[in-house]
Design a protein around this ligand. Structure first.
Ligand code: HPA
Length: 273
């Protein structure tokens, strides 16, 4: 897939006819942060399948709608339902929502996820602010003809996870008494969890957490100039760290348990943005 600018504009044109305001900030809700959207006020929802050229979410627990609403005095749009490469999407397709929202005027992206803790000093349930990432799997989501309207062919990603937003999130977490780490997110395509050897390799390479989302969207967002805050919930310790095998249930349980803290942290960040 290598779509022209007009492909993204078609979706944005449709959403403009339905949205109640031009949003300033977008939040991609990982599976662990679904309940966050319930806090929005004056909500307007648009199902993904109504939006021209939008991918459709298949992951369980991912609702699949754009939710516009106000919170902490900010005009927000939440992506309730995200797309993963393990669902069969090309990395290029994962750029579509981020690009569409950019056309609506969004300047900052808060991207959330659940992941496995790789750093042996981390604990299950820790939050991690993403300082950087490693993606060694597959091609770049920006592969193919560059869409110049979004950004240049070659672009710098030295500061793609905006240091100022990270600092703000850290201050906010400290005030709320929520423990946060800062570290490197290692992208793996899934859907199988990693092998213990892959986790050991990731650790040697400098990873602190490993997960199956976020990075393709973040690269697309960096290309078109968003400020980015990435927040990870370490819902389990990654494979091989602890003696027991991993399970999706373990991840979901911790996600559910952490949702109130996760929501408070994001809310606190929004108040300061
Ligand atoms: N690995 C990859 N993705 C994940 C994990 C993990 O251990 N936990 C939650 N999402």
């Amino acid at each position: 897939m290598n779509e022209p600018y007009e492909f993204y504009e078609a979706g944005a044109d449709y959403v403009r006819t339905r949205m109640p305001f031009a949003p300033q900030i977008a939040v991609i809700l990982g599976s662990s942060l679904g309940p966050f959207a319930e806090r929005l006020q004056n909500t307007v929802e648009i199902d993904y399948h109504e939006v021209p050229n939008f991918p459709v979410s298949t992951a369980p627990g991912h609702a699949g709608k754009l939710m516009f609403g106000e919170l902490a005095g900010k005009k927000l749009v939440c992506l309730a339902g995200r797309f993963h490469s393990y669902e069969g999407y090309d990395f290029e397709q994962l750029t579509q929502p981020v690009r569409l929202l950019k056309l609506l005027g969004v300047r900052a992206l808060i991207v959330t996820n659940a992941a496995g803790g790789v750093n042996l000093a981390y604990h299950r349930g820790d939050f991690m602010l993403i300082a950087d990432h490693i993606k060694l799997n597959g091609s770049s989501p920006m592969r193919g003809r560059n869409v110049d309207e979004f950004g240049p062919r070659f672009f710098d990603v030295t500061r793609m996870y905006t240091p100022e937003l990270r600092a703000l999130a850290k201050t906010c977490a400290d005030e709320l008494g929520i423990r946060v780490q800062e570290g490197v997110y290692f992208f793996m395509p899934g859907p199988q969890f990693e092998t213990p050897a892959e986790v050991r390799a990731a650790r040697v390479l400098g990873a602190d957490a490993v997960g199956m989302s976020t990075v393709p969207e973040a690269i697309a967002a960096a290309h078109c100039g968003y400020e980015i805050l990435g927040v990870t919930l370490c819902a389990n310790m990654a494979a091989g760290v602890l003696p027991q095998p991993l399970s999706g249930e373990e991840v979901n349980e911790m996600a559910e348990q952490s949702a109130p803290h996760f929501s408070s942290l994001i809310l606190g960040c929004l108040e300061r943005l």
